[in-house]
Design a protein around this ligand. Structure first.
Ligand SMILES: *[C@@H]1O[C@H](CO)[C@@H](O)[C@H](O)[C@H]1NC(C)=O
Ligand SMILES: *[C@@H]1O[C@H](CO)[C@@H](O)[C@H](O)[C@H]1NC(C)=O
Ligand SMILES: *[C@@H]1O[C@H](CO)[C@@H](O)[C@H](O)[C@H]1NC(C)=O
Ligand SMILES: *[C@@H]1O[C@H](CO)[C@@H](O)[C@H](O)[C@H]1NC(C)=O
Ligand SMILES: *[C@@H]1O[C@H](CO)[C@@H](O)[C@H](O)[C@H]1NC(C)=O
Ligand SMILES: *[C@@H]1O[C@H](CO)[C@@H](O)[C@H](O)[C@H]1NC(C)=O
Ligand SMILES: *[C@@H]1O[C@H](CO)[C@@H](O)[C@H](O)[C@H]1NC(C)=O
Length: 624
């Protein structure tokens, strides 16, 4: 930080000496500290290429958010009225004066109309420029940064704009965002015993195709699709709307889903679905990999654990609902090559641009097992990404994100990065965005409890916490107040979190020791990376039944969930999400910041929506 502020002063001084009038109207628009774990190296080469994305202030985001809440509120007459792509674009299209002013500035700086690319709503502009030119445009200085875990990025902590553009532009990246999605799958990376005996699977995981009780099919040492399907009530459901319903998942960071491993998984745990491993499309966005074979380097790095966990779990639960995989490239980490210019951009934005440009219909559920510390994300950028996620919700997509794998924060990392280095819990983004549904983790059965593992390989508890960026959304206020009153956590953890923020997770699912195949062998994999596709699969089946009954799909879940939908979830009432060397937030009866409202019950969700499927009568019996 000290080094870069010296540079800022030098820049300003030279600007004054050179005396260009236009630059004198510049002032700082975005400033965000370099996150913990990143170090500044040399100045970025002037000819290194950046794919600059400019987010313009959206014309009527408030109108979009209003519609989203109305369409997601079962009490509202607009309930279930998901918007078309065009209607969403109309809400977010920037005002003409914003668009004109930004273009005038770009043209004055020698950028040609043909070099500018747009999202359909023209709320994002993209232009590929060398670092030297971007430094001029934003009156800043880019450096190469490297992280302790070997990632690199070309970034600047602070950037400026002419004053008259400040309220027309909401964010420009890549500048000060070091946000790189972090996969949440946990596997014992060091211990050979994490490998399970692949030859005699049937001996220790007996196939029990006719078993119907949780006791008969669920075992905490290994969680199979039959266990998940029995536990959450879909084992006896036959999907009916596979021509109208799709579930999707994301691969970032070069992650891949290996079809041959999925085949082994299905052969062992869902034989009737065998063949599905060859049916899903992998949609490459921005050069994302479509590899299905890994080389030794990738295998050593365990590339594909996350991708395999996600597709195997989704197919294992939701088959024959069609699956789509988005594989987005352009990630940090990248290796900045001092001689070869290279694009370094933000994978979430690239992915969202792609998705929001697609015509209707979008998949009804999208599962994302990636997250990062909210404090690594500049607030202006977080808001813009969160608003884009709201657009998916408005179009009827249930957007699910993993809540993270370190409880309220990883031990030894729980400090603010605002210069004070004060103790704090570490919330995760995008889970902290009020327009997504955040999925926490449980383990054990009858009852499920917040996941907890304390081994030599590290503590694993599911993420949960409260945002510093986003305030408590209206749908959550009452539940959160009740939780605070019950538990006294506001007093107990005074100063460690903001009680006026958006709390997460919203719900949860099993998340320990899923039986995943990787490189031809069976391994237990854990994480909210497991619960997120599991719950996504269940909700995709709910949509299947809703479509068959002629009803609108679930869409953005939270307003429904907090206003009564929670009755269809299995409440988790003991345990807590340890982290930051504290017990974290306890699970209690009703909503809590450890497991949200709990885990889904397929038939109860449908019963709440007035849809009968086989076995629904049993459900009503539990109800009074
Ligand atoms: C779970 O599986 C393990 C290993 O196969 C076995 O030893 C154990 O008895 C099982 N537990 C239950 C409750 O079935
Ligand atoms: C499962 O049920 C089917 C039909 O009732 C029966 O034919 C089959 O033998 C049963 N399988 C096992 C392993 O019990
Ligand atoms: C999860 O799997 C690991 C590795 O096989 C095992 O050591 C551990 O006991 C399992 N956890 C539970 C709760 O059974
Ligand atoms: C392995 O694959 C990765 C990604 O495709 C590639 O970058 C790398 O060069 C390959 N390594 C070897 C040793 O082939
Ligand atoms: C992957 O499987 C191959 C073939 O069984 C084996 O030789 C290799 O060691 C495995 N690699 C890893 C990282 O598991
Ligand atoms: C913040 O404080 C902790 C605990 O005293 C210390 O270990 C850490 O190095 C400090 N970090 C910075 C950036 O000063
Ligand atoms: C986890 O294990 C470590 C080392 O054995 C111990 O110091 C720590 O208190 C344990 N944490 C919890 C939450 O039990």
């Amino acid at each position: 930080m000290r080094v870069s502020s010296v540079f800022a002063v030098l820049e300003a001084a030279s600007a004054v000496v050179a005396g260009p009038v236009a630059r004198s109207t510049y002032s700082v628009k975005g400033s965000h500290p370099v996150p913990r774990g990143w170090r500044q190296l040399d100045r970025a080469p002037a000819d290194h290429t950046l794919e600059l994305r400019l987010g313009l202030t959206q014309g009527d985001f408030a109108g979009l958010a209003k519609h989203l809440f109305e369409a997601s509120d079962p009490q509202h007459r607009k309930y279930g009225q998901h918007l078309s792509a065009e209607a969403v674009h109309d809400f977010v299209r920037p005002a003409k004066e914003a668009s004109d002013a930004v273009h005038e500035w770009l043209f004055a700086n020698g950028i040609l109309p043909k070099d500018i690319a747009y999202t359909p709503a023209k709320d994002w502009l993209k232009v590929i420029l060398p670092v030297g030119k971007v430094e001029e445009l934003l009156d800043t200085t880019y450096h190469v940064y490297v992280s302790d875990d070997g990632r690199s990025a070309v970034r600047t902590p602070e950037w400026s704009l002419p004053l008259h553009l400040h309220h027309y532009v909401s964010t420009i990246q890549p500048t000060n965002s070091f946000f790189g999605p972090r996969a949440q799958a946990r596997m014992d990376k060091r211990k050979a015993e994490a490998l399970m005996d692949t030859k005699n699977i049937a001996e220790y995981i007996p196939p029990r195709p006719n078993a119907t009780t949780i006791d008969a099919v669920c075992n905490t040492t290994w969680v199979t699709p039959l266990c998940l399907r029995t536990l959450y009530g879909v084992a006896d459901y036959t999907p009916q709307s596979t021509d109208k319903n799709t579930v999707a998942m994301n691969n970032f960071l070069g992650e891949v889903s290996i079809r041959s491993d999925t085949a082994l998984y299905l052969q062992n745990f869902r034989p009737e679905a065998l063949g599905a491993e060859n049916e899903y499309p992998v949609i490459s966005i921005n050069g994302g990999t479509t590899n299905t074979v890994l080389n030794q380097t990738e295998l050593k790095a365990l590339t594909g654990i996350e991708g395999n966990l996600d597709d195997q779990t989704l197919i294992g639960v939701a088959w024959p609902t069609p699956l789509e995989i988005y594989s987005t490239g352009g990630e940090p980490p990248f290796t900045p090559d001092m001689t070869t210019p290279k694009n370094t951009n933000e994978p979430y934005l690239v992915w969202l641009d792609y998705l929001l440009s697609l015509p209707d219909p979008l998949p009804s559920v999208i599962s994302t097992s990636y997250d990062d510390d909210e404090q690594t994300v500049p607030k202006d950028y977080a808001v813009q990404v969160c608003n884009a996620l709201a657009q998916l919700g408005a179009r009827g997509v249930s957007v699910l994100f993993a809540s993270g794998d370190t409880g309220v924060g990883g031990a030894g990392e729980c400090y603010t990065n605002d210069g004070r280095n004060a103790s704090t819990f570490l919330p995760n983004f995008p889970s902290s965005c009020p327009y997504v549904t955040s999925v926490g983790g449980t383990y054990k059965f009858n009852p499920e409890v917040p996941v907890f593992r304390n081994r030599s390989t590290g503590l694993y508890t599911a993420g949960g916490g409260v945002s510093y960026y986003f305030s408590t959304p209206a749908y959550q206020v009452e539940s959160l107040m009740t939780y605070f009153e019950k538990t006294g956590v506001v007093e107990k953890y005074a100063g460690l979190f903001d009680p006026n923020g958006r709390a997460y997770p919203d719900l949860s699912g099993q998340s320990l020791n899923f039986t995943i195949f990787y490189n031809g062998t069976l391994r237990p994999v854990s994480g909210t990376s497991a619960s997120t596709p599991a719950v996504s699969g269940i909700l995709a089946l709910v949509n299947d039944a809703l479509i068959a009954a002629g009803k609108p799909t679930l869409g953005f879940l939270n307003p429904w969930l907090y206003s009564g939908g929670y009755k269809a979830f299995n409440d988790v009432t003991t345990g807590s999400n340890y982290g930051c060397n504290t017990e974290g937030f306890p699970a209690v009866e009703g909503y809590d910041i450890a497991t949200g409202w709990g885990t889904p019950n397929f038939k109860q969700i449908l019963a709440l929506r007035g849809v009968e499927v086989d076995g629904v009568n049993e459900v009503w019996e539990h109800w009074e």
